[in-house]
Design a binder for this molecule. Structure first.
Ligand code: ZN
Length: 502
């Protein structure tokens, strides 16, 4: 490349290094850090955030972008170079709207909030978290005001995670989806006794759970030479480059699903990061997923479309039985497959089945919108949560830890983020459908423990590109149309129709 383009990428790489240090501090915070380091870590995070933001939003960055763009003029608009300029220009326009002091304040408040949330959740005491949550929503509102929005403040926040998507679009997709979903769940609940999930509710040795998860995700293609797995309160994936992608999980001693499916889920995120092309990996900020929705499509595909499929268990179940002969020796494949696919209203989103999962997201989306526009006060949130939960699921969380306090996101200032989970489910079904059309042998290969047919397709169509294309561009390039909710609904109808005999 030319001199000006090289100067821009060298500058962006320095910023990326500061951000990687921040990511690693964040990982350490949730995995390793002793509890009394909260304030010291918050100050460290604040400093690094300020340095990174100052450097990126400087006039110098703009001059480098302009010079690099002039130098590559005439380049293929789909080239890595042209895409980098377009993405950086957009990020620059967004970030320069936020004052650096404000960004630093958000980083400090957020770093402090994690411990407050974890303690409140542990003590099952929402009132301990309420002041922090109030502060986070004030900061979110301020962020939206700085960023600007043509319609609703929520759009400015959502746009940070899902570029170009608006709350009205999300609302329309959710409304359309909800009708079919509620009908399906009602039909299933009439036949709830068809599936017994007691096999997954037994005592399972934690080390044996860990070993089994490692075996499965190694077979999927998670590269432990460029990644690791640890334990945290809330499972997540953190990447500092495609050469260091870390996942976490949490274990339950008497329920198999959280660690097992959580591990497959995070591995799906991690394989996306590990699958960037070397060219894109060298051009931050292209070295990320296209959007959070696309990212989630990868985790949900490996967790559910693969990990809860009959073919997958035909391969994996004998190995799981060998790991837990006392618990599962007398449970046949058919019974186990049904057990991991039981549909039932449950309190915790990350443990929800595939059918009810998106209802958890719709509930959060509605509450976030109400908190942000001021029609709901934080003090009233637990009551609003429980009322809405009952309307959606017919049950009321017995504790706030199992209700409004369950998720880490709001404490982390991730407001406007939840819809991307539901969009991810929809995109997973849409992409998988195309993968099957392109490579019909995928299900048979999965049943033989051969996962690289699917992974290869994902690498080629999605992973290698990083952030080169927006979610909408990528989805249209792959499937010929924008995001559709109906493929996910059709997938659910076919799967649960067979399991529940509907
Ligand atoms: Zn995820």
């Amino acid at each position: 490349m030319g001199k000006a383009f090289d100067a821009l990428t060298a500058h962006l790489r320095e910023i990326d290094h500061l951000n990687a240090a921040l990511e690693l501090l964040g990982w350490d915070h949730q995995v390793m850090m002793p509890p009394e380091a909260d304030e010291a870590r918050a100050a460290q995070t604040e400093t690094l955030s300020r340095l990174s933001h100052e450097k990126f939003t400087s006039e110098h960055t703009l001059r480098l972008i302009d010079a690099a763009e002039a130098e590559i003029s005439g380049a293929d608009p789909d080239s890595d170079q042209a895409r980098l300029i377009a993405v950086v220009r957009e990020d620059y326009a967004e970030q320069t709207r936020l004052p650096t002091e404000f960004v630093a304040e958000v980083a400090r408040v957020t770093a402090m909030a994690h411990g407050v949330w974890a303690a409140a959740r542990e003590a099952n005491d929402f009132s301990r978290f309420a002041p922090t949550l109030t502060r986070q929503f004030e900061l979110a509102r301020k962020t939206a005001d700085y960023l600007g929005y043509p319609d609703r403040p929520y759009d400015a926040l959502l746009n940070q995670f899902e570029r170009g998507m608006t709350s009205r679009q999300v609302q329309a997709i959710f409304d359309e989806h909800k009708a079919g979903l509620v009908k399906l769940i009602a039909a299933i609940s009439e036949r709830a006794d068809q599936v017994d999930d007691s096999p997954v509710h037994q005592a399972f040795d934690i080390e044996a759970q860990h070993q089994f998860g490692v075996k499965v995700i190694s077979a999927f293609g998670f590269d432990f030479k460029r990644g690791r797995q640890d334990v945290s309160v809330h499972p997540f994936t953190q990447s500092t480059s495609k050469w260091d992608v870390r996942i976490t999980t949490r274990f339950s001693p008497d329920f198999l699903n959280p660690a097992l499916f959580g591990t497959l889920h995070e591995a799906g995120h991690a394989m996306y990061e590990q699958g960037l092309s070397d060219a894109v990996a060298a051009l931050p900020p292209l070295d990320n997923g296209a959007s959070l929705g696309v990212h989630e499509s990868q985790s949900r595909m490996w967790e559910n479309i693969v990990g809860r499929s009959h073919g997958f268990w035909a391969w994996a179940y004998p190995q799981l039985q060998a790991a837990f002969p006392t618990q599962l020796g007398g449970v046949d494949l058919e019974r186990f497959y049904r057990a991991v696919n039981k549909v039932t209203p449950s309190y915790v989103r990350v443990e929800a089945d595939e059918a009810t999962y998106n209802l958890h997201i719709m509930l959060r989306f509605e509450l976030e919108m109400a908190l942000l526009d001021g029609s709901l006060a934080v003090a009233d949130l637990p009551r609003a949560w429980n009322e809405r939960f009952e309307a959606y699921f017919g049950i009321v969380p017995p504790t706030d830890a199992l209700g409004v306090l369950q998720d880490v996101h709001w404490s982390s200032g991730l407001i406007g983020y939840f819809p991307t989970y539901a969009l991810g489910n929809m995109l997973a079904a849409q992409y998988y459908r195309k993968a099957l059309a392109d490579r019909p042998q995928i299900p048979a290969d999965i049943a033989n423990g051969k996962f690289d047919t699917l992974l290869g397709w994902l690498r080629e169509n999605i992973h290698q590109h990083g952030r080169k294309f927006t979610a909408d561009e990528l989805t249209r390039r792959i499937t010929g149309e924008g995001i559709q909710q109906r493929y996910y609904l059709e997938y659910l109808q076919a799967k649960y129709g067979a399991i529940y005999g509907i």
